[in-house]
Design a protein around this ligand. Structure first.
Ligand SMILES: *[C@@H]1O[C@H](CO)[C@@H](O)[C@H](O)[C@H]1NC(C)=O
Ligand SMILES: *[C@@H]1O[C@H](CO)[C@@H](O)[C@H](O)[C@H]1NC(C)=O
Ligand SMILES: *[C@@H]1O[C@H](CO)[C@@H](O)[C@H](O)[C@H]1NC(C)=O
Ligand SMILES: *[C@@H]1O[C@H](CO)[C@@H](O)[C@H](O)[C@H]1NC(C)=O
Ligand SMILES: *[C@@H]1O[C@H](CO)[C@@H](O)[C@H](O)[C@H]1NC(C)=O
Ligand SMILES: *[C@@H]1O[C@H](CO)[C@@H](O)[C@H](O)[C@H]1NC(C)=O
Length: 397
């Protein structure tokens, strides 16, 4: 009886395999590769940026104020070596932001949150060369604790993360790079993170995480305006980029709160109005806590964005890298592709597309994850191999 059952199962399997191959209905497996690279042990692996036109990536580790210079393989973009350099007064200087300068090509802006300074460094020609400081900008009185640092036109900008010792308020800082006594402090909400320019109007937009609002600055007139995120769509505005072409405007993400995220990101174009987009996948998308964002557009695949969902604020949100595409008018999300990170609860922090791979930093596990893919048509992953092997395996036992 038992033998008979086994035998019919084997027959059924053989038939199954045969009929599958006859109908050619098998589906090739989708292939993507994630690799993790261990950085020095630190509790806060933070911001990172590529030094333009080089094979170096600079990564900040805030908990011990170390700058990690990482060398990438010139062909594969795989991290192959690193060297750590202490930055700031001591190991509690809280090295935080890092951003490439275009006014000074090859040089990089860094923020020292606890030293209350921005510095422009020459990262050095090779891996072992110590970065040298070219310019130091002290954050003026009232300002406290520079977080992310950016360069827009001839000015350097930083969101000041810590409440002012004098006023208890928060500020956005901006200074002329060639004359930093020409500086401004714009009062804002708690607390400014990303600062980006809307390309059509030249207006500056600032995400403020805890108070869940976006501040608009007219840098010519100095006028500012708060745009509160409607709680019905989500909260905690963090990541922001300037989009160009079909994605023209600024794009930002909502990271959610301790109960999770809402899988929502938004756009502000030349008309200055919010437009929100929501992920639909029930397991990985609708509760995504979207912390960061990057352009994923390609000539072949059209406009697209990378979104990074993190467990930083809530373990109800997955650590995942998400690629979204849009309908023709950029009115709604057309395609969603999910890549779960290898280590869940890693509190993924930032996403950085390189030329053909994508890097993700993991705040909590001092790791850089690298996504390698081979998409001849953007977003259409090549299968590992076609399903051409019709071998019928012999039955066990
Ligand atoms: C910082 O430096 C002090 C003194 O050298 C040392 O005791 C401490 O362990 C260091 N802390 C970190 C986080 O590296
Ligand atoms: C630098 O900026 C300050 C403050 O705006 C201004 O008074 C000064 O004239 C500027 N210096 C130069 C050389 O432009
Ligand atoms: C910014 O302010 C200037 C000076 O008041 C004004 O001319 C300009 O139109 C404003 N820009 C925008 C986009 O509103
Ligand atoms: C968390 O965010 C959700 C979605 O915006 C909101 O409904 C909820 O009230 C928030 N919870 C807290 C504790 O603020
Ligand atoms: C992508 O796949 C094609 C076809 O298998 C191959 O020729 C090409 O070398 C691959 N490119 C990369 C970057 O792996
Ligand atoms: C099919 O797979 C079997 C088992 O792995 C292997 O022995 C065989 O060489 C494969 N055939 C082809 C044509 O790849």
């Amino acid at each position: 009886m038992f033998y008979h059952a086994l035998k019919s199962l084997a027959v059924a399997l053989a038939f199954g395999a045969a009929s599958v191959s006859a109908q050619q209905s098998s589906t090739s497996l989708v292939s993507r590769r994630l690799t993790e690279y261990l950085m020095p042990v630190a509790t806060e692996t933070h911001e990172f940026a590529r030094v333009p036109d080089t094979n170096f990536v600079l990564l900040t580790q805030m908990s011990n104020s170390q700058l990690i210079k990482i060398e990438l393989d010139a062909t594969t973009e795989e991290p192959i070596a690193f060297q750590a350099f202490p930055m700031g007064k001591d190991n509690s200087s809280m090295l935080h932001g890092v951003w490439p300068s275009t006014v000074h090509p090859g040089k990089m802006w860094l923020s020292l949150q606890a030293d209350n300074k921005l510095i422009l460094v020459d990262p050095g020609y090779d891996l072992s060369t110590k970065p040298t400081i070219i310019q130091t900008i002290d954050i003026p009185v009232l300002g406290n604790g520079p977080h992310c640092v950016f360069e827009i036109g001839n000015r350097v900008w930083a969101g000041l993360k810590v409440a002012s010792e004098q006023t208890g308020k928060y500020y956005v800082f901006s200074a002329d790079i060639s004359n930093s006594t020409n500086h401004h402090l714009y009062p804002c909400l708690n607390s400014p993170v990303f600062i980006k320019e809307e390309p059509t109007t030249g207006l500056i937009y600032v995400t403020q995480d805890t108070d869940s609002s976006i501040m608009r600055i007219n840098a010519t007139s100095g006028a500012t305006k708060q745009m509160h995120i409607p709680p019905s769509v989500g909260n905690n505005a963090v990541g922001m980029i300037t989009g160009s072409g079909a994605l023209s405007g600024v794009w930002f993400t909502l990271a959610g709160n301790a109960t999770g995220g809402t899988g929502t990101f938004g756009h502000i174009g030349a008309n200055g109005k919010f437009q929100f987009f929501k992920l639909k996948h029930p397991l990985l998308g609708t509760n995504a806590g979207l912390l960061h964002i990057a352009d994923a557009s390609t000539d072949a695949g059209g406009p697209a964005l990378w979104l990074l969902s993190t467990s930083l604020l809530s373990t109800n949100s997955p650590d995942a890298l998400i690629r979204v595409t849009f309908d023709a008018g950029i009115k709604s999300v057309a395609g969603e592709e999910y890549i779960s990170m290898l280590t869940q609860n890693a509190m993924v922090h930032r996403v950085l597309p390189l030329d053909k791979t994508v890097l993700v930093s993991e705040l909590h596990t001092f790791t850089l994850a690298q996504l390698t893919y081979n998409n001849t048509i953007a977003g259409h992953w090549l299968p590992a191999e076609a399903v051409t092997n019709n071998t019928v395996y012999t039955q066990a036992g």
